[in-house]
Write a protein that binds this ligand. Structure first.
Ligand SMILES: C[S@@+](CC[C@H](N)C(=O)[O-])C[C@H]1O[C@@H](n2cnc3c(N)ncnc32)[C@H](O)[C@@H]1O
Length: 223
């Protein structure tokens, strides 16, 4: 049994409760990340995406809405979480807890808020495993909590399912990329303003250099 099986049916409500002070729901964060991926991939042609550590499918679902042309797969160690993925998504792609079922030609693999749940000793091996599953020129995207942001730290400290969390710095992710033979591309800080300051969100694309965002998105390419 995986740790997240315990939270499968309550994951979304537990997350919504913890982030309520931001004035936004889990859908806002999922859509924000899906839009980031959409911009990174561009609109030409259809792509094959793996949402690694997809949980109950919040990001995959937001991606499917923005990019109906794409093939979206999901992997998670929590079979019960996968059981909560909406039927429409499961019927159009592979959602599995069996690593062996995944393909080796993904254009993009997203690892959103998963790495901090992995024991430190397993992180390099996981990135290597994912690098091997990328297509030539495929992109690996790691989205993580920014340890420099005090509100992010507060959320992690008060979140029901973050007891095992060990936060990572961008430098650790870059080391794992290099160890897996990937070429680091960008490090963007994201998610700066709560709903109360939503009028400021228009300047977020110009703040990606500023390590004050709630999370960071680090990408690397194969080959
Ligand atoms: C905080 S949730 C994030 C879910 C989703 N990616 C999102 O952004 O909403 C962390 C997820 O990582 C999964 N996870 C933990 N260890 C994993 C591993 N070794 N391989 C794949 N997924 C794992 C958990 O089961 C859980 O669904």
């Amino acid at each position: 049994m995986s740790e997240f099986d315990r939270f499968a049916s309550s994951y979304k409500s537990a997350l919504d409760r913890t982030i309520a002070f931001s004035g936004e729901s889990s859908e806002y964060f999922a859509h924000y990340k899906a839009a980031y991926i959409d911009r990174a991939l561009g609109r030409s042609g259809s792509r094959k995406i793996l949402d690694f550590g997809c949980g109950v499918g919040l990001l995959a679902s937001a991606l499917a809405k923005l990019r109906p042309q794409d093939c979206i797969h999901g992997f998670d160690v929590s079979a019960d979480s996968l059981g909560q993925v909406e039927e429409g998504l499961r019927s159009r792609g592979l959602f599995t807890a069996d690593l062996g079922e995944l393909d080796h030609d993904y254009d993009l693999i997203a690892v959103s808020n998963v790495m901090h749940h992995l024991p430190v000793a397993e992180r390099q091996g996981t990135i290597q495993e994912l690098a091997a599953r990328l297509a030539r020129n495929g992109m690996l995207l790691v989205i993580e909590h920014n340890p420099l942001n005090p509100l992010t730290r507060w959320i992690v400290a008060h979140c029901d399912f973050d007891d095992d969390a060990i936060l990572l710095w961008p430098s650790e992710v870059k080391q794992h990329f290099a160890g897996a033979g990937l070429t680091a591309m960008r490090c963007d800080y994201i998610l700066f303003f709560p709903r109360m300051l939503s009028r400021m969100r228009g300047i977020e694309p110009r703040l990606t250099w500023c390590p004050a965002g709630a999370q960071f998105a680090l990408s690397a390419r194969k080959g």
